[in-house]
Ligand binder design. Structure first.
Ligand SMILES: [Zn+2]
Length: 244
């Protein structure tokens, strides 16, 4: 009957292997990492929120490992060895209130993707956007006007959302808007083509991976869950995949 004791042990092992991907080979250090966040307010961590101090702890850890921080568009125009791009989607006011003072103190750049007409969130104000832009630390990208799923739109509507968000974000920040983020990570080949035709130079997805940059309109990003513990973050950062 002793073999019965092995069953819980085996289940525990399966759980561990499924939840902690340390069995995957680490990706080469030199490959760029794009990390995706959203809201950065104090409060419980989730897929949509990370406490600002927890994010700063992650930044410190990456810094100690010798990684450099760049804006997304800088990943394309320079040698991006060991580079990390911190990206924040949707344009939460907490990015200004809670995160920006901390980033400024540590001189860490980031890229924020704005959907200027998004509903239901506490949005960044035009004044906050101007101030962050003026610091030189923040790059603003576009995330459509209304945060729509491009796959549910007519081509005409999709093109308009992509083009108009580029103009609207440039008007808000007072700087060229060069990078795009597909809302919900949903898009098809034709949308990537519309983004390129609109004059963007890059676009980010939600494909969890760490890859060489071969297609600037399909940059993978690792979404970091605000509830991830240190080990889970380490695995996400080194393997590109983790479960939470
Ligand atoms: Zn979004």
């Amino acid at each position: 009957m002793q073999w019965l004791l092995l069953i819980p042990l085996l289940l525990a092992l399966l759980w561990l292997l499924g939840n902690y991907t340390f069995w995957m080979a680490p990706r080469p250090r030199r490959l760029p990492r794009l990390l995706m966040y959203h809201d950065t307010s104090d409060g419980p961590g989730s897929g949509m929120n990370i406490a600002p101090d927890r994010l700063m702890t992650q930044i410190q850890w990456m810094k100690n490992k010798g990684h450099r921080f760049v804006k997304v568009s800088e990943l394309l125009d320079r040698e991006s060895e060991n580079c990390v791009a911190i990206t924040l989607d949707d344009g939460f006011a907490s990015n200004y209130r809670e995160l920006f003072p901390r980033l400024r103190k540590e001189n860490i750049p980031c890229t924020i993707y704005l959907a200027p007409h998004i509903e239901g969130i506490d949005r960044l104000t035009p004044e906050q956007i101007s101030e962050m832009q003026a610091s030189g630390l923040v790059e603003f990208g576009a995330h459509t006007l209304h945060h729509i799923n491009l796959k549910n739109c007519s081509d005409e509507q999709a093109r308009q959302e992509i083009n108009d968000s580029k103009q609207a974000v440039a008007a808000l920040s007072g700087a060229p808007c060069n990078s795009f983020s597909y809302p919900f990570g949903r898009f098809e080949e034709r949308h990537a083509e519309m983004v390129r035709a609109a004059g963007f130079t890059s676009a980010v997805t939600v494909k969890k991976a760490i890859l060489p940059i071969t297609d600037p309109f399909r940059l993978p990003r690792i979404g970091i869950n605000g509830a991830a513990n240190r080990l889970q973050f380490h695995l996400a950062f080194t393997r590109g995949r983790y479960k939470l």
